[in-house]
Design a protein around this ligand. Structure first.
Ligand code: NAD
Length: 353
């Protein structure tokens, strides 16, 4: 018997909606058949591509040929579209941030359970090569036990577009980029967060945050600095990761960076070096000459983000668990809520109490 091909309609055919259509061309088990967008010119673009234009969301829901809706509208529409979609019998792929708060995610989780329809959030940056390289270093213990890391994205072009500037539409950088970095961080350390101290930035004068710095402590004491900036004209590395026996940096998405690992413990002090206006043994850099350290390139991990869609189909068919679990999405949302709260209070917020 031939395998079912699932018919998918994209809701919101803007930047990310178009990207999904391109990506789904590589996925055999899903066929994009149509698009719904409030903007007529976007619908015309879809028709030019041979897709069916739906002029209302209700007409998508009423179409029995549609199996899956993919929500790629601004963030404030995700909740209502997801709920109505599942109630009409459609499975739902939803762009990040899934929802605007944890209550909305809990609503959607309940409807998913009640209807038996799959709801999965597109946390596509789990397939980024920089993250996968760090995950490999952490999982394989290359650096020893990793006790601290920094994960960040630094840009200098401010907040793009229109709706991303508006609080009511779910704008701001915590929800836009923070959601990716936090999602990956929780998977990397795989343990509950104890506390967060966060400061948001409003340098550009919008009603929403244009950046964030969150200092997160996990229950074992591991810590991480998570940073998003949009006015950083010299970007700091995407990753700085350090363990008892090594450190690694990844500078950029071209995977420039290095891994430094200790070959052997030195029992004697280093010779003092002249540093600035003084002398130091403590901060004397390790040199290759000492042969106590090995510098290697960042490991490369092959990755294919279309696995996301393949997993979605397999999860619909009960062949595997969804790769992005709604409980994980909820934990990230609760962490983002704690970040907003910490900024507002000007103090650390404790979770899971
Ligand atoms: P965009 O502004 O480029 O596109 C949004 C589209 O939705 C537009 O065509 C707009 O006309 C349409 N739209 C607006 N309101 C609508 C409504 N009520 N009904 C139907 N259509 C509507 O935005 P974007 O950058 O494509 O972002 C869309 C979503 O994708 C957001 O949730 C965003 O966070 C997410 N996104 C995810 C990634 C990622 O890497 N996962 C990257 C970019 C954006």
């Amino acid at each position: 018997m031939s395998e079912k091909i699932y018919s998918l309609v994209v809701i919101g055919y803007g930047g990310m909606g178009s990207q999904h259509v391109r990506m789904l061309e590589k996925v055999d088990r899903i066929k994009v058949t149509g698009v719904y967008d409030v903007n007529e010119s976007r619908l015309n673009k879809a028709v030019e591509k041979g897709l069916k234009a739906y002029h209302s969301f209700e007409s998508v829901l009423a179409d029995p040929l549609v199996d899956i809706i993919l929500i790629a509208t601004p963030n404030d529409n995700h909740h209502e579209f997801a709920i109505q979609g599942m109630q009409a019998g459609k499975h739902v792929i939803c762009e990040k941030p899934a929802m605007l708060n944890s209550k909305e995610i809990e609503d959607v989780m309940k409807i998913s359970q009640d209807t038996g329809k799959l709801f999965m959030v597109h946390q596509n940056r789990r397939w980024d090569e920089d993250y996968l390289a760090v995950k490999k270093l952490v999982d394989e213990g290359t650096l020893g036990d990793v006790f601290y890391l920094e994960t960040r994205v630094h840009g200098s072009r401010g907040i793009p577009g229109d709706w991303r500037h508006e609080a009511s539409r779910g704008g701001g950088m915590v929800l836009d980029w923070g959601v990716h970095l936090l999602d990956r961080l929780l998977l990397l350390f795989g343990e509950p967060v104890q506390s967060v101290y966060a400061k948001l930035s409003y340098i550009l004068g919008h009603q929403v945050d244009d950046g964030m710095k969150a200092y997160i402590t996990f229950e074992s004491g591991k810590t991480a600095l998570v940073e998003v900036g949009t006015t950083n004209y010299i970007p700091l590395p995407l990753w700085y990761v350090t363990g008892r026996y090594g450190s690694a940096t990844i500078e950029d998405w071209n995977m420039n960076g290095q891994v430094a690992t200790l070959d052997r413990e030195d029992t004697k002090d280093a010779e003092p070096i002249v540093a600035g206006a003084g002398l130091t043994k403590t901060m004397a850099p390790r040199t290759k000459k000492e042969e106590s350290i090995t510098i290697s390139p960042v490991p490369r991990v092959p990755s294919d983000v279309t696995q996301f869609y393949i997993n979605f189909v397999d999860a619909i068919e009960g062949k595997c668990e969804p790769i992005v679990k709604n409980e994980e999405v909820l934990s990230v949302m609760k962490l983002m809520e704690a970040i907003f709260e910490s900024h507002k209070l000007g103090q650390a917020v404790y979770l899971n109490k």
